[in-house]
Design a protein around this ligand. Structure first.
Ligand SMILES: Cc1cc2nc3c(=O)[nH]c(=O)nc-3n(C[C@H](O)[C@H](O)[C@H](O)COP(=O)(O)O)c2cc1C
Length: 436
């Protein structure tokens, strides 16, 4: 969102100074809400933005690990192994993907992202032996060329759908929904539809594009990796399994997007934390947990998040927003330019505008050329290594010789909400609200 007008009484003042003046911010009409109303009143159109949900939601931060002590035995960091690899697709696939880390790169489209950004994602992922994924907009030669394991998305929009590219893929992901907008279609505004982007999607140049909300080739469970936006993950996962999927991707409501209506991002779907146990329950009841792999995405930032998702039953995770930040998105060195766009480093979410100073969410040739795909790919690889090592260090502390051995029994919750959603006990008790 771009700030179009300054809040009347708060210009430039830090919240502490305002409190000292005796001013009290309304919890219901906080400054972001006031700015939203002012923006809507001034423009008459709803807000479209990138990024994921920004509201406070029950999340992985609300869980803690119970490290080993006397009743459990931790592993020695230097002497005892803790493996991190994962095989995706060992149910039906003739060539399953064997990844060295369970942290994969989520599907993000060429069009939303620059060709350099897509190339950098491929470089970073390949350096650490993980996969990257195409998106609405098809497969670019830069991305295919630099990606050791490339997952090809087959989307509701069918944009960029090309049988030759399907054959070049290492796996296929049928997208039925996205966490940021379950039930809703994506957008790519005209300013990002350059000749190259238009050519790949068979669309006119410069005209706003709205993707389909539902997959035209999906009328029931007849079809394969399947990605769903988390709203009813128990039933959706069961249907995905019945359809023969090797892998199910569940994307929680914190999941990032390139451009979606804000009202959708903040109000539709369920938090990632609540989605995982439901998906795991469906897999367990069908007897395929750990046979059909579960990839979880939506708000994964740290190795602790990775370890928590896996302890709850995921086989791997996917990251979008965090990968973009690692490439250089929202970098403070562009602070002046973010400010000129009415935003700030750390707040910039106007991915739809195509004016990203970091050269990532843009099709502008000058801006895109600012991103060096080799250096950005290296930053992403560093970040992926850190996530993996952080998850590994937690697993060792819980006495686990593989990340997959983490289990709900290793976790407790800090809040009643998180306890009920994640189905792990409230810290210091044996109570799980709602458990029978
Ligand atoms: C810039 C951007 C573009 C995206 N494009 C697509 C897409 O083309 N297809 C898709 O299924 N998901 C897309 N997504 C969603 C991601 O695949 C993923 O579900 C989400 O980013 C995960 O949440 P996280 O960003 O919190 O890691 C996009 C996300 C971002 C940030």
């Amino acid at each position: 969102m771009t700030i179009t007008s300054e809040p009347l009484t708060t210009q430039g003042a830090a919240p502490r100074d305002l409190a000292a003046l005796g001013l009290r911010e309304s919890a219901t009409f906080d400054r972001a809400t006031i700015a939203d109303i002012q923006r809507a009143a001034a423009t008459g159109v709803y807000d479209i933005r990138g990024w994921g949900a920004k509201r406070q939601l029950p999340h992985f931060d609300d869980l803690l690990f119970l490290g080993a002590s006397v009743s459990r035995y931790p592993l020695e960091g230097y002497r005892e192994k803790c493996d991190t690899d994962v095989v995706l697709g060992d149910r039906h696939a003739t060539r399953p993907l064997h990844l060295q880390t369970p942290v994969t790169i989520a599907g993000m489209s060429f069009g939303a992202l620059s060709a350099n950004a897509k190339e950098a994602l491929g470089r970073g992922a390949s350096e650490v032996g993980t996969s990257t994924t195409t998106g609405d907009g098809g497969m670019t030669p830069e991305e295919r060329g630099q990606s050791k394991h490339l997952v090809y998305q087959y989307l509701p929009s069918r944009y960029g759908m090309n049988p030759d590219d399907l054959r070049k893929a290492d796996a296929i992901e049928i997208v039925l929904g996205q966490g940021a907008k379950p039930g809703g279609g994506g957008m790519l505004l005209g300013q990002k539809i350059t000749e190259r982007v238009a050519g790949m999607r068979t669309l006119p140049v410069g005209i706003d594009q709205r993707s389909a909300s539902r997959h035209p080739d999906w009328t029931g469970p007849d079809d394969l990796e399947i990605k769903i936006g988390a709203s009813r993950p128990y039933y959706d996962t069961a249907l995905a399994v019945k359809s023969g999927a090797d892998v199910v991707v569940v994307d929680g409501m914190q999941g990032g997007t390139a451009a979606t209506q804000q009202v959708f991002i903040e109000n539709v779907g369920i938090p990632t934390l609540a989605a995982i146990p439901q998906a795991v329950q469906a897999l367990q009841e069908l007897g395929v947990h750990r046979k059909v792999q579960l990839i979880v995405s939506g708000g994964i930032r740290t190795g602790a998040d990775v370890a928590k998702a896996m302890a709850l039953g995921a086989d791997a995770v996917a990251i979008g927003t965090a990968a973009l930040i690692a490439l250089g998105d929202n970098d403070p060195r562009y602070a002046a330019e973010y400010s000129a766009l009415g935003s700030a480093a750390g707040f910039y979410d106007d991915f739809q505008d195509g004016r990203d100073p970091a050269g990532i969410t843009t099709q502008d040739t000058e801006l895109a050329s600012r991103l060096d795909p080799v250096a950005a790919g290296r930053r992403l690889a560093n970040y992926l290594r850190v996530l993996t090592m952080e998850a590994q260090t937690i697993a060792r502390a819980c006495g686990k010789s593989h990340l997959h051995n983490l289990e709900p029994e290793d976790l407790v919750a800090l809040t009643i909400e998180a306890s009920a959603m994640a189905r792990v006990p409230l810290a210091g008790t044996s109570w799980i609200p709602g458990a029978r």
